[in-house]
Design a protein around this ligand. Sequence first.
Ligand code: GDP
Ligand code: IMO
Ligand code: MG
Length: 425
Amino acid sequence: MTLQIIIGTQWGDEGKGRFVDLLSADADYVARFSGGDNAGHTIRIEDKIYKLHLIPSGIIYPNTIGIMGNGMVINPEVLLREIEELRQGGIAVTPDRLKVSYMAHMITPAHRLMDKAKEIKLGNAKLGTTGRGIGPAYSDKARRVGLVYKDILNAELFEEKLRTLLAEKNEFFEKIYGIEPLDVESVVEEFLGYARTLAPYVADISEVLRTALLSGKKVIAEGAQGALLDTDYGTYPYVTSSSCMASNALLGLGIGIPKDFDIVGIAKVFQTRVGEGPFPTELFDRSAGLLRGDGSQQWDEFGTTTGRPRRVGWLDGVLLKKIVEMNNISRLALTKLDVLSGFDEVKICVEYAKPSEISPLVLDNPVEPVYRTFKGWKQDIMQITQWDDLPAEAKEYVSFIQEFIGVPVKWISVGPERNQIIING
Ligand code: GDP
Ligand code: IMO
Ligand code: MG
């Protein structure tokens, strides 16, 4: 197996960063294929915490090469900040260790402002975006007016394209949104600086990965967001603007369908969501507070990117099963089993009483979850590393997930640190 695709199976924040880090130990390349700095991936190695928004989570190991795919939208300011933060944390991210696709799209302050202005204009109908300019950057890609990273290799052309883009956006800001336009000169000066610094990172990542796969290197394709936020099959319009499905790993990295691959789905043992949109198993009672935490723990459910409290609920087995099937996921990794310790009982949604006739993914009308209830467990399980040492109730809960979803649960994480992991079988 040389290509391992890792995706989130819910509404993001499943613990992908934590798992990409874990599975990168023997990887040669770790490649992000979609999204931008709307993502927030947390990695904890002993007392060190890394919060990555753009750079692939496998970068923490000294021998991996990070790849940022053509499927991404990249804000150069955020990328340079992240490179600097990693450098300060002792991780040198030089152009031989990080390669940016020449066809990745660029996020500018105009995209961020547009994102915010659109949300304000939507009022109560807002999507609850991260405000990072993601939607406007992908719109510009589809409209064929976006800036791509190969543009920065020709300063004159880049400046011209940037000025055209800013002029168009400023017209929108003034005429449609009635807000202050951006100062074109300062953005141009800033971006010409970024262009000079980032030029050495620009590469033909499709060719890099093709050669790597041909020579038997291990490549991890790192998903961002989660399948239920997928722009085609997620809870549209409450989705992000890119595809978060496993199949987009190929397109977003410019590689063909490989002979040999493995698709790993990351699922939290309960459900969370930031932003607006349907959430059949959402909880508002005392259990919600226990699942979310009060913010005193690093892993409590407050957004890595925006700090917003995440909405929480019981695991939605109906949605998880559908996502596993659609993505041809071969193995599951479950995260945050430790957070369920202390509950008298825990639940999994196994059916909808009023399902959509088209697909379980159609959630436009209330669907009324039907739950299976399990006895909870009281022990702290955060130091457990062997399946046999888990409380019987926890084993029953996980075994049910495996049976219900129909694929092996290969990994169970019981804490945020790299080694708080149970490898099953
Ligand atoms: P991602 O976006 O999918 O990479 O996930 P985030 O990093 O946004 O959110 C996951 C949070 O849960 C982070 O704070 C992780 O450190 C933490 N985390 C991951 N796995 C576990 C686990 O098994 N137990 C606990 N308590 N925290 C975890
Ligand atoms: P990671 O990779 C959780 C959500 C936003 C909003 C919707 C659209 O950390 O799992 P956008 O800014 O993308 O236009 O917002 O998508 N969203 C995420 N939620 N985790 C993420 O990434 C997310 N990326 C986007 O909250 O509801
Ligand atoms: Mg996250």
